[in-house]
Design a binder for this molecule. Structure first.
Ligand code: ATP
Length: 415
């Protein structure tokens, strides 16, 4: 039988862009509430108001981890704040069962003038936990947070990383929650702490319902059993297949085509052949492991000495991941003479991690290396796979028969 811990029905929250108006509306709403009326019941917006979250519905069972993804301002934190009771919804219902732990933004609800130790006790008493319970867990919390003697320093003197360490330790170790909300908390931790947190999230998810907000698709892919994609406060997709949710999210990322250089060369077009077929559509999905050929058309108007051309693949943050310098038959950089050129460039097997990518074409003067044309954000595409792995390149699975076991090494380790 399913063990539903969170049930959300038609949840909506609106905000006002103008502070002055928002204060006035707040007073109006208070007056209405005192008279037993509730503003927004029929879903209307007053001037300068907008829906930060709109008609959100989901149920989450014990053992499930829901990943919330979407652009900045999509409404993820607003949803989490409503779930955690930090802000009141304008419409809809939330039902939750069990102890809730939450780490939303960096705050974690700590009082800056109290020490870490004092904050642990205050947090515990707010949650109705006894002093005995905290005493028994205190060392474990301090150990987990790895903040040593800083436990007796006021929290206002903590670095953002220390704040998160203590917040995570309280949420995970002290509370042992049935429901856990995590909002981008791992963004400021160092790698050692992040790995520890991720292992803890995995352990907690076995026995809790977790809602996890992150812009890191590797985290989402590794830990979430479901993904909800949000845009402008609404749910675009709620999928039990994280790979589908992540691919949908990448489809929302727009790569602007930008051109620079002296203008003495032009990129006329770039088509992709995937497993021998020309790829159509504005932003196609290429299954990981496909064989891809780039068909590049360029025109060089000058200089007479010729031009070199390079092709790069950039990821969704525009960081370069693949560089393809183009050589001639003598293994020298291909030199394009003035005129129009059609180049067929085999890129081989696409072993990129699932994600969104685009091409950059750079054409440079052979002699001076001055950029004649550089086009970026060209022919964006998505690589699709059932799993978003860690790292940029995913090597093909190695059959077990090819893995050599080194017995000597095993003996050495035992010693
Ligand atoms: N207290 C507030 N008053 C007015 N507008 C707000 C308030 N809190 C959030 N917003 C607005 O609501 C929208 C949703 O914000 P929210 O923080 O939920 O987005 P998000 O998806 O968590 O974004 P990010 O990925 O940047 O954290 C944004 O336009 C934001 O500016």
């Amino acid at each position: 039988m399913s063990d539903t811990l969170i049930k959300v029905d038609d949840l909506s929250k609106k905000f006002c862009r103008s502070l002055k108006r928002s204060l006035w509306y707040g007073l109006q709403d208070l007056g209405n509430e005192l008279r037993g009326q509730r503003h927004g019941g029929n879903g209307e917006l007053r001037p300068e108001e907008f829906w930060a979250a709109r008609d959100i519905n989901f149920e989450l069972n014990r053992g499930e981890c829901l990943g919330l993804i979407g652009h900045n301002g999509a409404g993820k934190t607003t949803l989490l704040r409503m779930l955690n009771g930090l802000i009141k919804p304008d419409q809809g219902r939330i039902e939750m069962r069990g102890q809730v732990g939450a780490l939303i933004a960096l705050g974690a609800g700590f009082n800056p003038i109290l020490t870490g130790r004092e904050n642990i006790y205050v947090n515990a008493s707010v949650l109705g936990l006894s002093k005995r319970h905290v005493d028994a867990k205190l060392e474990e919390i301090i150990d987990f947070a790895e903040i040593g003697e800083f436990i007796d320093t006021p929290v206002r003197n903590y670095s953002s990383g220390m704040n998160v360490r203590l917040g995570f330790a309280v949420a995970a170790v002290l509370i042992e929650p049935d429901i856990l909300f995590l909002d981008e908390v791992l963004a400021v931790g160092d790698i050692g702490f992040v790995i520890k947190c991720l292992n803890t999230v995995r352990r907690l998810t076995e026995n809790a319902a977790v809602v996890f907000v992150s812009h890191n698709m590797q985290y989402i892919s590794s830990f979430c059993t479901r993904v909800m994609v949000m845009e402008h406060g609404s749910t675009l997709l709620d999928s039990p297949n994280p790979a589908e949710g992540i691919d949908h999210y990448y489809a929302l990322v727009k790569h602007e085509v930008q051109t620079s250089g002296t203008g003495e060369a032009l990129v006329l077009g770039l088509d992709l052949l995937v497993d021998g077929e020309t790829l159509t559509g504005e932003e196609p999905s290429i299954p990981q492991g496909s064989s891809v050929t780039a068909m590049l058309r360029v025109r060089v108007d000058g200089p007479r000495r010729g031009a070199h051309v390079s092709l790069f693949i950039h990821d969704e943050t525009m960081a370069p991941v693949v560089c393809t310098p183009i050589y001639d038959a003598d293994s020298r950089m291909l030199c394009l003479s003035p005129g129009e050129h059609h180049l067929e460039i085999p890129l081989g097997i696409i072993d990129l991690n699932a994600g969104k990518y685009s091409f950059v074409v750079a054409i440079r003067d052979v002699k001076t290396s001055i950029s004649l044309a550089r086009v970026q954000g060209l022919r964006s595409f998505r690589v699709f796979s059932e799993r978003t792995h860690w790292g940029k390149i995913v090597r093909p699975a190695i059959p077990q028969s090819e893995i050599v076991t080194c017995k000597q090494a095993a003996v050495t380790r035992r010693c």
